[in-house]
Design a protein around this ligand. Sequence first.
Ligand code: FHN
Length: 447
Amino acid sequence: MPKNRFAIFARYTSAVVLLFTFLPVLRTFAQSEYQPSPENLQARREFQDMKFGMFIHWGVYSVLGNGEWIFHERHLTLDEYNRLPAFFDPEKFDAQAWVALAKAAGMKYITITSRHHDGFAMFDSKVSDWNIVARTPYKKDPLKMLADECHRQGIKLFFYYSQLDWHNPDYFPRGMTNWNNGRPDHGDFNAYLDTYMDGQLTELLTNYGPIGGIWFDGMWDKPDADWHLPKTYALIHKLQPAALIIPNHHQTPRPGEDVQTFERDLPGGNTAGFNTTFISTQLPLESSDTLNGSWGFNIGDSNYKSVPDLERRLIRAAGNNSNLLMNIGPYPNGEIDPQFQTRLHAVGEWLSKYGDSIYGTRGGPIPPGDWGVTTHKENKIYVHVLNWSAPLLALPPVQAKITAARTLLDNKSIEFTQNADGVVLKVPPQGKDETDRVIVLTITASN
Ligand code: FHN
């Protein structure tokens, strides 16, 4: 090759190499230009206002009564796990009752597993026959029934979608949770993402009416892989601009994502060991947890959280400017454990009295403490006294002038002082079985 043509070739080749090297970076730049649509911003505000949601883990794994990781935990082969859908026949599933229970609990949204890490679609998917309609004796699409019922009863519906897949051969190379279950040692990850996953997401975003959003999980299985996120996120926002993208990747939020969610921790907490301590100041926040200790139905788990514990979690979430997404794992026959039901009804009763101090609020202005938290809305600050036995409670300064302090429950006037050093409240003694003493401070504009 003549010298100058070689130089041109070399320059061309290095340009191509550079382009491919930096393509992911360019993609990120393109995403960083992501401007949420007005509908999306409105949906984010509404999401923050809702405060309390029902998380539901339900799949063919529920039949085995040992959680949603059983495929992996028992290192079952594909042939073995493929037998499971034949036993899944939820004849007692009642979408109306599920949504009514969420409402009775004071929950405003439901996030349900459309498919978990076993890759089994709990909806009518044309992308693959590894789904509830094609493989189970039930033959129906419960997510369609649930979506219709949510629309009827005014509850927002979000779909959990596992990016991690223990079943599809194209989920390759496999990730941290890999075991030899009989899949070939090759596969087309690009096809998995672009055809399979985006195909199913298109179904979820077109066949179920307006949905609240997609709650992603499983990216942590292959943290260094290119998940084609800009493409998938753009697809979701194109199909339903108001749909929120909620990724449970335990990392700092990326452009295109609409909510930051924390698993089994309040925002910034990392007792679970896998959350980031970074807290977004831009995005709505959410914290998820389980009503007993399990996500999917676990017959050996009777570790139900008490009603006061659940109430405190909700209050602390709100005080930390976060929603609480509380999980239940229904039985394989579609019924919901009565232990879950009783507790959810009790929380709903509490919310019917104290809801003003939770719904539509934002966290603060006083930082949360061991004593309790604050929430605020319009010209009100709600002081939630959770753990304080002395009659006087001294709080840090509040910028706005406080004009009145009253108990939320019976509107009784509360003595208080306010000066540059802070606010002192004379809190009423804790009533029997009273989780939260809420004092409502009325404020005038900041001075
Ligand atoms: O592995 C899953 C688990 O099964 C469950 O779905 C939870 C819910 O937040 N998330 C995963 C772990 O991060």
